[in-house]
Write a protein that binds this ligand. Sequence first.
Ligand code: 5GP
Ligand code: MN
Length: 335
Amino acid sequence: MSKTDFTELKALLSTPKQIAIVSHKSPDGDAIGSSLGLYHYLVSNGHKVDVIMPNDYPTFLKWMPGTDKVVFHEGNEANAESLINAAEVLFCLDFNTPSRAFGLEDVILRSKNVKVMIDHHPQPDDFADFILSDTSACSTAQLIHRYAEMMGDKIPNKESGECLYTGIMTDSGSFRFPSTTAETHRIVADLMDLGVDNAEVYNLVNNTSSEHRLRLLGYCIDDKLNVFSKYGTAFISLSLEEKKRFHFQKGDTEGTVNYPLSIEGVCFSAIFIEAEELIKISFRSIGDFDVNMFARTHFEGGGHRNAAGGKSDLGLQETIDKFVGLLPEYADKLK
Ligand code: 5GP
Ligand code: MN
């Protein structure tokens, strides 16, 4: 059983340690923000820290302080694995099961270090020695602030603050999702006191798109939006050919799945994106419809009640047909 009392961990970390931080595949703002926020905090306490991600992340997150320190497992397997194995303490952030750290699952499970999971996804696996899991938290980055407090510390500097702010801002939909609480705003106030400039962070994340990306968004909404009013559902799909046409870069469809929810009466939205080897799917909902359950049940995925993802080995059209075919089953819940 993972311990929720961090007294022993606090004692362990009272002297400098070799630490590794890992997060999930296709890292998002919260994965990178929480990891680098924790990185700066641990470094300020004298630890030697490595940050390892399963694979690369979008350029709109690459301004964050410490981004140059991140080691990618994909393409650099031996180095990344040796850093995890060499660590005395391993922090697992923003995922609830080692399989989300795709490719690093076995290394994480076999490494002999003390493991600490900090996360906000439902139904966490019991693989860590210490766990801070709160599904009501809007982001893992918010939980890093709480973790520092539990350890009797404060977030030490602007660098850490900017990373945590980014994680909180991106995972809370810029503070508009219901998961945004008074605690979120109190923590953000703390981060602003450290010198974090909210407008600057927002610009760096959201106003650095390429022209292609904006045109792709227009195309998704104008040409590729399908609405099933009867089921309060809408979806968008993108093929490999369409991605190529719009010079697709990693992260270019981030957030696109939210737009269909702006239609009155639509409470369930999906985007299907064709990749070389599979179809990557994102699901979003408003209200009670549980997309975590839907993704787990039908598309080998998971996530949160209102934001989840999954995948499909079928072709793009077959995947869409499967999705559309499932809607009548959920008609009662999609109202
Ligand atoms: P996104 O749609 O932005 O990729 O992910 C939304 C949420 O679902 C995130 O919390 C993410 O961690 C989770 N998620 C995305 N894809 C998967 C997946 O394939 N498996 C699981 N378990 N969770 C996923
Ligand atoms: Mn998160």
